[in-house]
Design a protein around this ligand. Structure first.
Ligand code: ACM
Length: 543
């Protein structure tokens, strides 16, 4: 057993006899029609690590590695066969299954296969013990949400994260592109969204209760070509990029760029800048026709960029005080015969649900979109615990489970005083390993509405890629196993065995250059002495 993570469904072998398949300079790859993207990945990612060209084969017969589609397998399932005389076969139920088989093959080759160039120039080829691995994912939605609004992540680092997701067989990248603190996607018809909305003059350093400021201006955004590149890169790795534009709350950056988007009858929105601290912000969008038209324009450009069936519209943490005070909002409530502000938010969300549905897409939003009535066909990201997801699934809506107490990776992973800018609950590697996405309250039929699960990474206290790595790893490895593997009930999961496989996996992460939290705690350079986080277990979790 090669300490595979996530654990595969079944492994037959290796037998004791020591029979191996070999890869060497002359080894070729044959790709059946429809599997070319995996052949390309083997050539551009695995080949350089091994120091082998892995050139295309003339025919399947002579190839050392054969990529095959097999309708008899479920779409993302695969069978990986390693044989001393027949070579290596990656057989998938779809192109995605073949790609996941290639990720397993890389792990079988050892940590060196995760480098960018070989370290042993004298090495005479690579050998893999004979075995057969049958595998398939538990969930179709295995995601990571990355908040690039609170701290911008440069494009190259986003591409690297897509590689890290692929290496863990995760297949959804939920891209949180807008928030109070920054607007990160170019919208050609509304250029001020990025000209103004992508920059803030300073940032709170640490938790919002901290009195420290980082006075370096912060910002950045992705051009539409950057987005096309990110989406194409993800697609080649069988990852769907789900974009999020957060409305009607978390919108101060947009209002700073276009003050008319705010509740101008309640306050002077021209004085709002892009927000420089953290927390829930009172400045929400006005429920006017102009705002609807403005965001339809935003979503029109977004749909051109993102082929994802699901489009995320946020919907979380939208305080209603301004709507309560706003004559325009109250007139809208009266005109529509709504019971109050919650139904007004519902109306707002339903508008975009119908708008997206008319264009062949599906709306997904945070579980607050349940309040005041959820649009039919809409799906829910259940973040405030399981309750929203349970209610949604019982009402026949699809759900992605991402409860904050379990899979918010911004939360600290240890209670020690050295954790960098600690916030939230302590959620250890073991806690994440014992996370169960399907709550017992759901019947089997209701549980089929659980599309899957995702881990969420909010970046208020993660100012660069190293900090993101620290919060995400190693816990994403445990999360990937929860999302992919058919694990027993949480209490029966063998965490000790997982930890011992992690010993090998740390070697892979080292080879990839991931700045994970070492099992013994943060390295001195990973600590942030003197910057307060949230020190009390059980305190409200979000920053
Ligand atoms: C959220 O954490 N506000 C979705």
């Amino acid at each position: 057993m090669t300490d595979l993570i996530p654990a595969p469904a079944a492994v037959d072998g290796p037998q004791g006899g020591g029979a191996v398949a070999r890869l060497h300079a002359g080894s070729t790859v044959h790709a059946a029609p429809g599997t070319e993207d995996t052949a390309q990945w083997l050539r551009v990612t695995l080949g350089p690590a091994l120091g082998l060209p892995l050139a295309p084969a003339d025919g399947a017969q002579a190839a050392a590695v054969r990529l095959v589609l097999d309708d008899a397998l479920a779409a993302e399932a695969y069978r990986l066969t390693v044989h001393s005389s027949h070579g290596i076969e990656l057989r998938g139920g779809s192109a995605a299954g073949v790609f996941w088989a290639a990720q397993t093959l890389r792990q079988l080759l050892g940590a060196e296969a995760f480098r960018s160039a070989p370290v042993d120039s004298g090495k005479d080829g690579w050998s893999i013990p004979e075995q057969v691995i049958d595998d398939a994912p538990r969930f179709g939605w295995r995601g990571l949400m990355l908040d690039v609004a609170r701290h911008f992540m440069p494009k190259a680092d986003v591409l690297r994260y897509l590689d890290l997701l692929a290496a863990h067989k995760l297949n959804v990248f939920h891209f949180h592109l807008t928030d109070d603190q920054g607007w990160r996607v170019e919208i050609k018809r509304h250029p001020r969204l990025t000209e103004v909305g992508s920059w803030r003059p300073r940032s709170k350093w640490g938790h919002r209760a901290s009195e420290l400021w980082n006075d370096t201006p912060h910002g950045g955004f992705y051009t539409q070509d950057d987005i096309r590149e990110i989406v194409a890169y993800a697609t080649a790795r069988h990852i769907t990029v789900v974009p999020e534009i957060d409305i009607p709350g978390h919108s101060q950056a947009a209002i700073a760029a276009y003050p008319e988007l705010g509740n101008t009858d309640v306050m002077d929105t021209t004085s709002l800048g892009v927000w420089d601290t953290w927390g829930v912000n009172p400045n929400i969008l006005a429920p006017t026709d102009n705002v609807l038209r403005f965001y339809e324009g935003v979503f029109e450009e977004l749909l051109d960029l993102f082929p994802s069936r699901f489009v995320h519209i946020g919907g979380d943490e939208a305080p209603k005080e301004q709507w309560k005070k706003s004559p325009a909002a109250q007139a809208r409530i009266a005109e529509l015969g709504l019971s109050g502000e919650d139904e007004l938010q519902s109306w707002f969300i339903r508008h975009f649900d119908s708008w997206l549905a008319a264009r062949g897409r599906r709306l997904i939003g945070w579980d607050e979109i349940l309040e005041g009535g959820l649009a039919p066909g809409a799906a829910v990201s259940s973040w405030r615990g399981y309750a929203g997801g349970i209610a949604a699934a019982k009402a026949g809506h699809d759900v992605v489970m991402c409860p904050e107490q379990q899979v918010y990776l911004d939360h600290r992973q240890d209670g020690g005083p050295d954790e960098p800018m600690p916030i939230g609950y302590v959620r250890t590697l073991e806690d994440v390993y014992r996370f169960e996405p399907v709550p017992p309250e759901l019947t089997e039929a209701e549980a089929r509405h659980v599309l899957g699960t995702q881990a969420n990474v909010w970046t208020e206290v993660m100012e660069n890629r190293g900090r993101v790595d620290y919060q995400v790893f190693p816990r994403l490895a445990a999360f990937a196993e929860v999302a992919w593997s058919a694990l027993p009930a949480p209490a029966e999961r063998d965490f000790t065995a997982f930890e011992s496989r992690m010993a090998t996996h740390y070697g892979r992460l080292d080879a990839l250059g991931v700045d994970y939290r070492p099992p013994g705690g943060p390295l001195p350079r990973q600590q942030r002495p003197g910057v307060i986080g949230r020190p009390i277990e059980g305190s409200p979790p979000n920053v």
